[in-house]
Design a protein around this ligand. Sequence first.
Ligand code: ADP
Length: 487
Amino acid sequence: MQQAVAATTGASWAGGPIVNGVASKGEQTVVNPASGEPVGHTADTDAAQIDQAFTAAADSQRAWNRLGGNARADILDKVADLYEQHLNELVAIICREAGRTLNDGISEVREAVDFCRYYANGARKHFSEPTLLPGPTGESNELSLCGRGVFVCISPWNFPLAIFTGQVVAALAAGNGVLAKPAEQTPCIAHRAVQLMHEAGVPEKILHLITGTGAAVGKPLLDDPRVAGVAFTGSTETAKHINMQLAAKDGPIVPLIAETGGQNVMIVDSTALPEQVVDDVIQSAFLSAGQRCSALRILCVQDVIADNLLSMLKGACDELTLGDPSKLDTDIGPVIDEKALGLLETHRARMQQEAKPLFAFDEAKRPQRGTFFGPQVVEIENFDLLKREVFGPFLHVVRFKAEELEDVIRRINATGYGLTFGLHSRIEGRAGAIFKRVDAGNCYVNRDMVGAVVGVNPFGGMGLSGTGPKAGGPHYLFRFANEKTKT
Ligand code: ADP
């Protein structure tokens, strides 16, 4: 696999729009964040192409819906098969275009495959036959699910294949046409995914790839009266902006399914196992260069174990390697682009004034080229210093006394976010009691905060972290559907 990725140096992948099966050539360069080298090309989709895509998807959506859940599921299973057959190629694009490590790239393709198979099964189960509901004798009552129309799916760069695929496949499984807009940083992996979806049998008129920045394509994409729903993953600010735009546009009232950021906290009390905590903190805070919505941002440690734990944590941070994400021994690859790097450097400068440094990555070990940011750990007095999500390998530590536990929980809820939460404690009953009081979509006990296995731990938050329902969960497909009864 490492050789497969290395062999793609100098590759130039297509990353322009695909409308009605026709791929346009792009004149903008897509770069590898680890080296700054070009890896592909893309283009902003123009308003005429977006209009054509809406027309084709709206015209053919009823036929796609009538095809039924079983037939759509067979096509989506074929998408999963094709992803598996093209594993090396997909991992190579993810690593080069998004700077993800090899391990991250492989897990990501697996997650995308899982989404295809899980939603295919959902289509078979819920979208093929009506559900019979009880009614008066002699009367038959049926409840059916059908696609809403044309869905717009807007995805981020941090899981450029898995999130993109999860949204698109869910919308397709439920019987919708789709205009899919990937992040501008990662159009090539989305382009390849759409090619494979078409090859699997998703009609070219049903699924279109709309590339470009939010500023370039957001308005024509979201103002169109044919939008029947939006699935979005990205920042809380963009989700709010889209919500307002949808409320103001002509046409039907449409749902927004949003998965946004987090201000994720782990509580470690005096009964925790320090070795395990250190491993789990490293994974939770620094895996994928901290560029996961679920990543640990604030570690709350009970004061009596704090000195010992933090000294062990510093030792573990010292072992982390920063560098070429296509090498198997790299722990942390680059952050996505100059803008992300700038935000992290600004935060570090602020923390140098306002926080106590605990670990700073040795700058001499930072690669000369590429947008790399080494892991950092600082100690802060309380949460108030962190108003917004800091998206990168930056961990903030807060000490608390045993009698302050309630206050810590109150502060977690007061952030307004509610995505992931971790607890390390061996006090019987504590996990259950805290779980009930913390507002977080995904809670992890005595383990790391990484991992949302499709169908096992469905992923998604509440409050500023999103609307639900959870991706990869049993209720997700329903939000993409209309319900009809026949009596
Ligand atoms: P991030 O900070 O993670 O890049 P964003 O919310 O900016 O998060 O981006 C997530 C996705 O939303 C990307 O595909 C981006 O292009 C898209 N996006 C950003 N602004 C808009 C907008 N105004 N309208 C539609 N899509 C947008």
